[in-house]
Design a protein around this ligand. Structure first.
Ligand SMILES: [Mg+2]
Length: 225
């Protein structure tokens, strides 16, 4: 005869252990990194050199392009502040906007280990989490470039996340707003993924038969069934 513990384990076998969230576009609106790269750095460089803001933008953006998004330094704030010889210290000036459905949802997911899996640098993600008082909800923050030297959330990124957490991919759920890196890639590994379609737009997600949600508040009922 099965013990109570065995019965409980049997009942919980179908539930995931870990819920992983993308950051920008999923938990926060993604304006903060755009502001850092497109406004803060050109503005500081303009002040430091005396050239106009428009001239500074042209130069700074061209230097970004020379490196390109296939290289790790492209995502590295320290690299760019040193490259342009700028001093850091202005990063807290921009408020970070958390989506209104995030905190109510996180508070309902207390049965799970919650983690962040982002393609941004760890520094950016930690600033966003601290600015929105969300750090306390997450046991781990995984940054593809900072933790695993990957420029995108690849199959090996998700495998490494599972390895660190010591879980089978089938025990993980991932949610994000990018079809490829948040849904298809983790899906190949066996991670159940949800496409967060905040705009409610009709497009490839239907053709690809993805699990789609329009608000994070749909998540608890979709997970518990
Ligand atoms: Mg995203």
């Amino acid at each position: 005869m099965e013990s109570v513990d065995q019965l409980l384990n049997t009942c919980q076998e179908g539930l995931p252990k870990v819920i992983s969230f993308d950051m920008d576009g999923t938990l926060v609106d993604g304006e903060f990194p755009r502001w850092v790269w497109n406004c803060l750095i050109p503005s500081l460089y303009s002040k430091a050199t005396g050239i106009s803001l428009e001239e500074s933008k042209v130069y700074v953006y061209s230097e970004y392009e020379k490196v390109g998004p296939n290289k790790l330094e492209f995502f590295d704030i320290d690299y760019w502040f040193k490259y342009f010889n700028l001093s850091k210290g202005f990063l807290s000036e921009k408020p970070v906007s958390v989506y209104s459905d995030v905190l109510p949802t996180l508070k309902k997911l207390t049965d799970f280990t919650l983690v962040v899996s982002s393609s941004s640098s760890k520094e950016i993600v930690n600033i966003e989490l601290d600015a929105t008082n969300m750090s306390k909800y997450f046991s781990h923050v995984f940054s593809a470039p900072s933790d695993f030297r990957e420029v995108t959330k690849s199959l090996s990124f998700y495998q490494k996340v599972c390895d660190v957490l010591k879980v089978n991919p089938r025990s993980v759920i991932h949610i994000g707003d990018e079809i490829l890196s948040d849904c298809l890639v983790p899906g190949f590994l066996g991670i159940r993924s949800f496409y967060l379609n905040r705009l409610g737009s009709k497009h490839m997600s239907e053709a690809l038969n993805l699990d789609c949600i329009f608000s994070l508040e749909e998540l608890p009922s979709r997970i518990y069934g």
